[in-house]
Design a protein around this ligand. Structure first.
Ligand SMILES: [Zn+2]
Length: 151
């Protein structure tokens, strides 16, 4: 297949914002499912995306993720101020390489750690802005499917 010089997306552009953002892992294997969950499961079209390795893991207050936390918090503050965010969704996913590699968490205790990290991250994001609604989910693999479990 040759790439066209100009590609036009068939998806119409919608000017209005919906004042919601999601923080999730960069892992492309779960990108489509997360998009679908936010669109269909939570009714959030056109949400703002903050995709970083490990997603909300960096917001759990660990010293090892201090730099990432600052970057993500700065991004969120910008979106809260300029895009007038009222809602933030945090998603961690099972089998996340960031936990294994960067945080050194063994696979056997990863889900337990992820639940704790999501709780801490939820509190950290709530502290950024009064009245911000913050939901957290864990994306679990179930055979060839992904299920989103609320915290
Ligand atoms: Zn990941």
């Amino acid at each position: 297949m040759t790439e066209p010089a100009i590609y036009e997306s068939p998806t119409p552009y919608e000017q209005s914002r919906i004042h919601a953002a999601a923080i999730y892992c960069s892992d492309g294997r779960v990108g489509e499912q997360i998009d679908e969950f936010l669109h269909q499961g939570l009714g959030l079209p056109r949400y703002d995306r903050v995709a970083v390795p490990g997603g909300p893991a960096c917001l759990a207050g660990s010293l090892a993720t201090f730099q990432e936390a600052r970057a993500v918090e700065d991004a969120l503050r910008f979106l809260i101020r300029v895009h007038d965010l009222t809602q933030v969704v945090l998603i961690a996913h099972q089998g996340c390489a960031y936990y294994l590699d960067s945080l050194g968490v063994p696979a056997s205790s990863m889900l337990t750690e992820q639940r704790q990290h999501l709780e801490k991250a939820q509190r950290a994001v709530r502290r950024l802005e009064d009245g911000l609604e913050v939901k957290a989910f864990l994306a679990l693999t179930a055979g060839s499917r992904i299920r989103f479990e609320p915290l």
